[in-house]
Design a protein around this ligand. Structure first.
Ligand code: ZN
Length: 275
């Protein structure tokens, strides 16, 4: 069962992805978070691996990306991706960047973990295996964004930074912004050490509450919960936040999980674009 707000979509070509009902209901966007199903990759990448950097055959990755584009009805030439470095850089992009990193790794925007656009047709895309996918839609100014929040991204405040860029560079009002928090590894499966807790709480002391002690020097951590708190602290209204609340490591039937599969696995994609 999916939490209220999220639904599973199975495209005619077999690609399975999840989407936020409330985002689609605006009629303004295509949006989704892929599952591992519907692609042509094999072994640990079976089957819809969408990332080039994990050791999969690049031809299969290209075919998987084309399958996703067909499933969600967009053109691969309109995709924009960033080289994700667990940083805090958020880029505002448009037609000029269309196709960057769409079908190869080299042309992705360097060191970019967040993408914002106000231009129709552009499809912002980021990749995941446990980290938190954050989706943003301002239905008033018609601006969308996506950002990649692992624990390092959370420590850098990638979510709040994305909101800031939407407000400062795209003219959004924070009270209009809808936010989606996709499937990510949850505290049931995600133990971290003191170093992670120290880095995350250095700039965000209130996130200390998100860490539950496990064994000495270790904690269970819920990165989606931490990212959610950061977005609320940025001023996004609680009723505008839609959380998938699914653990990628518990649900390996549906998702790739870096922690759950010992590192060698594929990547899901988070995508959003204005229609
Ligand atoms: Zn779990």
């Amino acid at each position: 069962m999916l939490p209220l707000g999220w639904r599973k979509i199975k495209a005619p070509n077999g690609v399975v992805y999840l989407a936020i009902e409330e985002f689609l209901a605006t009629g303004l966007v295509r949006q989704g978070f892929t599952s591992r199903h519907g692609g042509v990759s094999e072994g640990p990448y079976s089957s819809l691996n969408l990332a080039f950097h994990v050791g999969d055959d690049p031809e299969r990755v290209r075919e998987n990306r084309r399958r996703l584009a067909a499933a969600a009805d967009f053109s691969p030439e309109k995709v924009v991706t960033g080289e994700q470095v667990h940083g805090q850089h958020v880029a505002v992009v448009g037609q000029e960047e269309a196709g960057r990193g769409a079908l190869d790794r080299e042309s992705a925007l360097p060191a970019t973990d967040g993408l914002v656009t106000a231009e129709k047709g552009i499809v912002l895309t980021t990749f995941y295996a446990d980290c938190v996918p954050l989706f943003f839609l301002d239905p008033v100014r018609r601006v969308v964004a996506v950002s990649h929040a692992g624990w390092r991204g959370i420590a850098h405040g990638i979510g709040p930074r994305t909101v800031e860029v939407m407000v400062e560079e795209a003219g959004c009002r924070v009270e209009d912004i809808m936010a989606g928090i996709g499937p990510a590894i949850d505290s049931c499966c995600y133990e971290v050490d003191e170093k992670v807790k120290d880095e995350v709480t250095r700039n965000f002391p209130s996130l200390g509450e998100v860490f539950r002690p496990s064994r000495p020097g270790h904690f269970w951590f819920d990165p989606a919960g931490a990212a959610c708190r950061q977005l609320l602290a940025s001023g996004i209204k609680e009723e505008n936040v839609f959380r998938a609340g699914m653990c990628t490591s518990c649900r390996r039937d549906l998702f790739f999980s870096h922690r759950g599969e010992g590192g060698k696995t594929g990547r899901m994609a988070a995508f959003i674009g204005l229609l």
